[in-house]
Write a protein that binds this ligand. Structure first.
Ligand SMILES: Cc1cc2nc3c(=O)[nH]c(=O)nc-3n(C[C@H](O)[C@H](O)[C@H](O)COP(=O)(O)OP(=O)(O)OC[C@H]3O[C@@H](n4cnc5c(N)ncnc54)[C@H](O)[C@@H]3O)c2cc1C
Ligand SMILES: NC(=O)c1ccc[n+]([C@@H]2O[C@H](COP(=O)([O-])OP(=O)(O)OC[C@H]3O[C@@H](n4cnc5c(N)ncnc54)[C@H](OP(=O)(O)O)[C@@H]3O)[C@@H](O)[C@H]2O)c1
Length: 271
């Protein structure tokens, strides 16, 4: 006789594929945006720009019941903690539980990071453009603290689109890049182009990214042009933004970067 469905009844143990970390710090940016710092296993390694699956207990009381979602690392690869920047989706299975967490609570971090939204993927180019909507800025904070990115590229441009000015997170970390000695001396500062779409704010652009690319406003604000020779572009966040930005870049003579055919831009879809 067959052993009574033992295989099907096995409850997966999250610690087979993840480590149990604890929350060290929570920073609230707005009612819907927050960051969490968690402890980091010494064996966890990643390339800036990559993401990892995070697991949080469903609270159902059932053993092994964990909800998993991908999150980009915000922290540098040399930080001894991991940091993540999160949206709170009202009623969202994962983010509503994460938003209700406290310092000391457990967060599972998968042992294996993933993703190709990295600066090192490109061949050629002198200018690294980082285009983000909302929490899509997360991987760029890690990329911008990578000394290789400051050596390999002559210029770095961050265009960060949010609906309202108060949703621009990490202004302090972006400002700190200017004095970060790890990134090396004598390099031009980050060209930061904040974009605020639903209110007019001095010092920011006031239209969606595809429009700003098509009408040349983004290049004027950055002081650099998009060219196939110079530009290497990462795009991250809202999937409809990704589609429209890719179309706008193709219209400018740029093409997607693929392993078989090197190109100029690569993107990561958050949902
Ligand atoms: C490769 C990858 C990396 C990701 N990195 C991050 C990250 O660093 N930070 C982060 O907040 N999210 C990130 N996400 C999204 C994240 O995995 C979850 O979708 C998010 O936490 C919401 O989970 P949820 O279970 O509450 O809602 P879900 O059921 O997962 O999503 C419900 C809906 O919420 C909206 N939504 C989901 N994520 C976002 C978001 N980030 N911003 C705006 N609207 C959103 C979409 O409309 C989605 O259909 C990433 C997704 C992918 C695929
Ligand atoms: N932030 C808000 O006030 C608001 C309002 C309603 C719903 N929500 C929901 O809340 C969640 C989080 O929103 P979020 O504001 O963090 O992320 P988001 O909706 O991706 O918005 C972030 C930025 O991306 C822009 N954007 C959105 N779609 C775009 C597209 N197709 N092309 C170019 N740019 C685009 C937004 O412009 P726009 O401001 O023009 O959209 C905004 O500047 C989402 O599920 C969203 O649907 C947010």
């Amino acid at each position: 006789m067959r052993p009574a469905l033992e295989f099907n009844r096995r409850i997966p143990d999250p610690l087979e594929k993840a480590t149990a970390e604890h929350i060290l710090e929570i920073r609230q940016w707005t009612e819907k945006l927050f960051s969490v710092k968690v402890s980091r296993s010494p064996s966890f390694r990643f390339t800036p720009g990559q993401w990892v699956r995070l697991g949080i207990s469903s609270g159902s009381g059932l053993p092994g019941s964990v909800i998993w979602r991908p999150y980009s690392m915000v922290s540098a690869d040399y930080d001894d903690y991991l940091e993540f920047f999160s949206i709170l989706v009202p009623g969202g299975a994962f983010s509503s539980r994460l938003a209700a967490s406290h310092v000391g609570d457990t967060l599972f971090v998968e042992k294996q990071p993933y993703g190709y939204l990295t600066a090192a993927r490109f061949t050629g180019g002198r200018h690294l453009w980082l285009l983000a909507s909302g929490t899509g800025v997360a991987p760029y904070l890690s990329i911008l603290r990578d000394p290789d990115v400051w050596q390999r590229y002559e210029e770095r441009i961050l265009a960060y689109s949010v609906s309202y000015a108060r949703e621009i997170a990490y202004r302090d970390a972006l400002a700190a890049l200017a004095t970060d000695e790890l990134l090396g001396p004598d390099r031009p500062p980050l060209r930061f182009v904040p974009i605020v779409t639903r209110e007019a704010v001095p010092g920011t652009l006031h239209a969606r990214l595809p429009t700003l690319i098509a009408d040349g406003s983004l290049e004027r604000a950055a002081g650099l042009a998009f060219t196939p020779e110079d530009s290497r572009i990462l795009i991250c966040g809202n999937p409809t933004m990704l589609d429209d930005v890719r179309d706008a870049l193709v219209a400018r003579g740029l093409r997607s970067d693929r392993s078989a055919i090197p190109g100029h831009f690569a993107s990561e879809n958050y949902w």
